[in-house]
Structures are given as structure tokens and as C-alpha cells.
Design a protein. Structure first.
Ligand SMILES: [Mg+2]
Length: 258
């Protein structure tokens, strides 16, 4: 019996552009659940995604970080803005940890209120919430093409599984599996999958995740593709070693020749 072939995909920035949703849901989490004394709420904030949020998004690994970033952007004093943005991203991880500590927040709690704000929107107006995501139709078509060839698709995301699943089903995509943040790190998940499937490739827009996959002896055989259309830092496109290939949306179908 031959091993089932599968393609792995990250979700945010690879299958959909969810920028409006990230801003909207994180803002709602700050508005309704965070109870911070440092923000004063203005409904106008929902109208458009500020550039600074878009610019910082490539550094985000987990959803809770977006709640923290939105909080910093909308603070009444000492906001995160264009003047201090570089200081923030140059020590991104340390800054997130510092801000958690200063506010006596716990990352998991921020993740919970983000999920809660998503849940609230889904209950209230599912269509409207789904429409905050812009699908990359080239990727959707690619997944359909895989299916025709008997190749499965699997999704590994740092989003809550239920949210990714709802959007995918709306797009008429029913992957073999979806692993969300609840299932542990992407590396561990990839290790387990690598034993069970023949993984043809992993398409992800976070370079560090792909580097970790390549450096781990259990997963280093996986073909790694950095999604050029995703949330990339400008430096990500340079200094790519041979092991991680930059993939353009228009070149997706070339992967079928592997
Ligand atoms: Mg991503």
C-alpha cells in the first residue's frame, strides 16, 4: 500500500487575506472584553485598518499578539506609531512580553477574548464575519486540483481550528485535517504527519516556521515554500537558502510537476 500524498498549508496569509478581520476582531476584543484604562473607545476605529497594524502583522505569530498590538495603537497616550514602530519590531518578542507584564495580562486570556469576539460575530452575522476574509482563489483552485489528483490537503494554523474550519467550508474546501493552536506547535504537528503521510510540500508565510522545519531532523525532508503573497517582512525575500523556496501565486501549479 502506498502512502497517502498530502500538501500542507498555513491558513492566514496563505489561503486567505484576513487583514480586515484581524483588525476588526482584535479591536472588538479590546472594546468589549479587555477593560483597559489606557484606551478610550471610538466606533470610527472599526472603519479602516491603520497602516501601522498592517506593517506589524508580519511579526505576529499568535492571535493574542494582535490584541496587544491593537491596544498599543489605540492607547490615548504613548501610542505605538510610525515614530516608534522600528523600536517595537526590532525587539518584537521582548516588547510583547514586557507589555503583557506591565498590564498583568496573560497571553492565553488575550487569545480567549479574541476567540470570544470572533464567536460573537459568528453568532450575530456569520456572512459578515466570513466576508472580512479575502480568499486567494489561486490557492483554492490549487487545492481543488490536488483533490482531482488524489492528493489531500492539510491545514496547520495558529488560529483556533473552529474559525479556520468555518471559513474553509464556506469556500467549499474540506481538508483532510485542520490543526489549530490547540494542537501544539507546527513543528510537532509536522513531525507526526511526516510519519503518516508523504508530504509533498508545506506552504507557509512565516519564514521562521519554515526554517525550524528545515532545521529539525525529523522534518528536514519536507519541501518548504515561502508564500510570496502572504504577510512577509521585506527582509524575508532575501537571504533565502536553497532549502526554502519563494513561491509566487502564479507559480502554484508548477508544484504539481514535483
Ligand atoms: Mg500565516
Amino acid at each position: 500500500m502506498s502512502t497517502q500524498q498530502i500538501f500542507l498549508f498555513d491558513f492566514d496569509g496563505v489561503i486567505v487575506d484576513g487583514m480586515h478581520e484581524y483588525w476588526h476582531s482584535s479591536l472588538m476584543a479590546c472594546d468589549k472584553y479587555l477593560n483597559s484604562p489606557y484606551i478610550k473607545f471610538d466606533q470610527k476605529l472599526y472603519k479602516r485598518v491603520p497602516n501601522i497594524f498592517k506593517e506589524i502583522r508580519p511579526w505576529v505569530k499568535y492571535g493574542w499578539e494582535m490584541v496587544l498590538i491593537v491596544h498599543q495603537i489605540i492607547k490615548t497616550e504613548n501610542q505605538l506609531n510610525n515614530f516608534n514602530k522600528d523600536d517595537f519590531i526590532n525587539e518584537y518578542h521582548q516588547n510583547c512580553q514586557r507589555i503583557l507584564k506591565e498590564n498583568s495580562w496573560i497571553a492565553q486570556d488575550l487569545q480567549k477574548i479574541l476567540d470570544k469576539s470572533r464567536g460573537l460575530q459568528i453568532d450575530k452575522d456569520f456572512e459578515k464575519w466570513v466576508n472580512l476574509h479575502k480568499p486567494y482563489f489561486e490557492v483554492i483552485n490549487f487545492i481543488e486540483e490536488l483533490k482531482k489528483r488524489g492528493i489531500k490537503a492539510g491545514i496547520i494554523t495558529t488560529k483556533g481550528k473552529i474559525f479556520a474550519e468555518k471559513i474553509l467550508n464556506q469556500l467549499n474546501i474540506f481538508p483532510e485535517f485542520i490543526f489549530g493552536y490547540e494542537s501544539g506547535t507546527k513543528i510537532k504537528i509536522a513531525e507526526e504527519l511526516n510519519q503518516k503521510y508523504e508530504i509533498l510540500g508545506f506552504i507557509e508565510d512565516r519564514k521562521k516556521t519554515l526554517m525550524d522545519i528545515k532545521q529539525n531532523s525529523e522534518t528536514s525532508n519536507i519541501n518548504c515554500f515561502l508564500a510570496d503573497w502572504g504577510y512577509l517582512k521585506s527582509s524575508d525575500r532575501y537571504k533565502l537558502n536553497n532549502e526554502i523556496k519563494l513561491l509566487k501565486l502564479d507559480n502554484l501549479n508548477e508544484l504539481l510537476a514535483i
